[in-house]
Design a protein around this ligand. Structure first.
Ligand SMILES: C[S@@+](CC[C@H](N)C(=O)[O-])C[C@H]1O[C@@H](n2cnc3c(N)ncnc32)[C@H](O)[C@@H]1O
Length: 250
């Protein structure tokens, strides 16, 4: 009989947990850096070159700078090159992810949603300047609300670069960065399966400053795979990109 494999640190990482051996590398829980990030977002706008597009970020929105989760997701997907077909992006912010994946030919069309007015306006402006209006749309709403209803719309792929800080840190918060107690993650994972085509796939960010419980619960419903992990030295946390697919019927 084959002996059971010993657990490795990567088994824990795959579940979205920081293994004890790596926890010693975590900087004192990066609330100070988080606070600096929230303040910086209020002032930090400008134009960013992103894989062939120029993305404008008004002050107050999440900017796709070189070390951002946006660029990490794009590096991962441009390396893996999944066929995204008709893509739904939640929390689109400036639209950088949906527009780049369309421009780079991974998606055929994209519907981008965000809860804030500012994001919807910025994504619309970036979409028009990129000349992608024929295959991209932006709408406002909470999570899947604009595509929900008695017959929820299904997509070939769903993407969400989530707000990753689930800790109730007592400092300033920002809707792009904070999801206190992981309420948004819980709702996203619960509603996701109803919006994926049978062969569909979802991609999303997660971190070890996020609660592992919602991710564990998703693993009960869907096949979840870790695609990439990156140590963000400045912020002192691990950033992950996951893929989730409907489980095959047993
Ligand atoms: C980390 S930012 C990602 C922005 C952009 N997708 C990117 O990668 O640069 C998270 C985004 O989620 C949006 N968001 C937060 N709560 C939301 C909700 N309840 N429904 C939809 N979007 C939400 C924020 O407004 C923000 O634009």
């Amino acid at each position: 009989m084959t002996p059971p494999l010993l657990p490795t640190p990567f088994d824990e990482l795959r579940r979205g947990r920081l293994p004890a051996t790596m926890a010693t590398m975590l900087s004192p829980f990066s609330v100070d850096e988080h606070e600096r990030h929230v303040v910086a977002l209020a002032e930090d706008g400008g134009r960013s070159p992103v894989h062939g597009l120029e993305i404008d970020t008004p002050p107050g929105l999440y900017r796709p700078h070189a070390a951002s989760s946006s660029q990490f997701i794009l590096r991962t997907l441009l390396r893996e090159r999944p066929r995204l077909g008709r893509l739904l992006e939640l929390g689109c912010g400036t639209g950088v992810l949906g527009l780049t994946l369309l421009y780079q030919g991974l998606a055929d069309e994209v519907l981008m949603l965000d809860v804030t007015d500012a994001a919807v306006h910025a994504a619309q402006a970036n979409l028009e300047r990129a000349g992608l209006a024929a295959r991209a749309q932006v709408r406002q709403g909470d999570l899947f609300a604009p595509v929900a209803g008695p017959a929820p719309q299904r997509f070939d792929s769903v993407l969400f670069n989530l707000p990753l800080m689930h800790a109730d840190h007592g400092g300033r918060r920002h809707p792009a960065l904070d999801d206190t107690a992981g309420q948004l993650a819980w709702r996203f994972f619960e509603q996701l399966p109803a919006h994926l085509a049978p062969q569909g796939r979802a991609f999303f960010s997660y971190a070890n400053i996020s609660d592992p419980a919602p991710l564990e619960a998703l693993g009960e419903q869907m096949a979840v795979e870790l695609l990439a992990a990156e140590w963000v030295a400045r912020s002192g946390f691990w950033l992950f990109v996951y893929e989730a697919r409907p489980k095959r019927p047993q």
